[in-house]
Design a protein around this ligand. Structure first.
Ligand SMILES: Nc1nc2c(ncn2[C@@H]2O[C@H](COP(=O)(O)OP(=O)(O)OP(=O)(O)O)[C@@H](O)[C@H]2O)c(=O)[nH]1
Ligand SMILES: [Mg+2]
Length: 299
């Protein structure tokens, strides 16, 4: 049955995509799904949007998706919402303030129950993201709740992580400081239509502008007024892609392994060359590369 789903998924069938995501979310057939996605190409930009409850993540994600669609980019949204486990309808209807357009093949929205343990959730999210990327979406937006642990997971799952704060967060801002510095690639003062937004933006800039800190852009965006989105997208696009960097790290690790093998066991090094070539062509992922590396070594 999985074979059939995968075949239809590869042919671009959205229903098959939905079924594949459901299997992943339930933690079923993960080995087979891993294998099916192992050699899939991945050119999607993965953007995580995080921040505390009520800061307007869903609204902003909806708006951003609209902007991207207007620019002809295809978009998939994965929304993790611990308060409403798997309520696809509610997500579209109430929470994401975005016209639901089921006829738009370039937009796909899916909610994810964030009830499983952190580690399992992260693993499932990673696979779901890969399944969406391999399906061909240009951009994947991940809405995650901003609880320290979750942020760190979202960071490793995304190319760019955007943290939302809102005006006059007061004490909360102190708490955010450590978290922001640790995880954010871009900070957005959201609800910029509210009083105090400019002050908050200045405060956050000051917090993040400490000497020795890596520079983090701090933008003002209002979903209600629909302002700041061009700059937001320009800033996100200008960030280096973390997942590419991770992949090239793994690539250089593989090349180093080849070097060491060449020095010590000449015959095995040549047997590793095809793997390195396939890695360069993105035909294997890290897991598969590691497996094959081990099998070459244990021969
Ligand atoms: N003034 C103002 N209010 C906004 C803006 N964007 C969202 N809101 C409001 O903020 C509230 C929370 O919005 P959501 O998008 O549900 O926030 P969220 O962060 O996804 O919330 P959770 O998923 O529950 O954590 C809603 O009442 C929105 O109408 C904005 O740009 N300006
Ligand atoms: Mg939300």
């Amino acid at each position: 049955m999985l074979d059939e789903i995968v075949a239809r998924y590869r042919a671009g069938d959205r229903l098959a995509l939905a079924r594949l995501l459901t299997l992943i979310a339930r933690g079923e057939e993960l080995e087979a799904v891993h294998a099916a996605l192992a050699s899939a190409s991945n050119k999607a930009l993965v953007v995580a949007i995080t921040g505390s409850a009520g800061v307007g993540k869903s609204t902003l994600v909806g708006r951003l998706a609209e902007h991207l669609r207007a620019g002809n980019k295809t978009v998939a949204v994965l929304a993790c919402d611990p308060q409403s486990p798997l309520t696809g309808g509610a997500l579209l209807g109430d929470r994401v303030r975005m016209p639901s357009r089921p006829e738009d093949a370039g937009l796909y929205i899916r909610s994810v129950a964030a009830t499983s343990g952190n580690q399992a959730l992260a693993e499932h999210l990673e696979l779901m993201t890969r399944a969406l990327a391999a399906f061909g979406f240009d951009v994947i937006l991940l809405e995650t709740v901003g609880a320290g642990q979750g942020d760190t997971a979202a960071r490793s799952l995304s190319d760019v992580l955007v943290v939302l704060v809102q005006p006059e967060s007061g004490d909360e801002l102190q708490w955010e400081k450590a978290g922001l510095l640790e995880v954010a690639d871009v900070v957005v003062v959201h609800k910029a239509d509210m009083a105090g937004a400019e002050r908050t933006q200045a405060q956050v800039k000051e917090l993040l502008g400490l000497p020795g800190c890596r520079p983090i852009p701090v933008l003002a965006v209002s979903s209600t007024k629909n302002t700041g989105f061009d700059e937001l997208w320009a800033t996100i696009s200008a960030q280096p892609r973390r997942l590419d960097a991770a992949a090239s790290d793994a690539g250089s690790l593989l090349r180093r392994a080849q070097q060491i093998l060449a020095e010590r066991f000449h015959d095995r090094a040549t047997s590793l060359a095809p793997l390195v070539e396939r890695w360069k062509r993105h035909e294997v992922d890290e897991t598969q590369a590691a497996d094959e590396l081990l099998s070459v070594l244990s021969r």
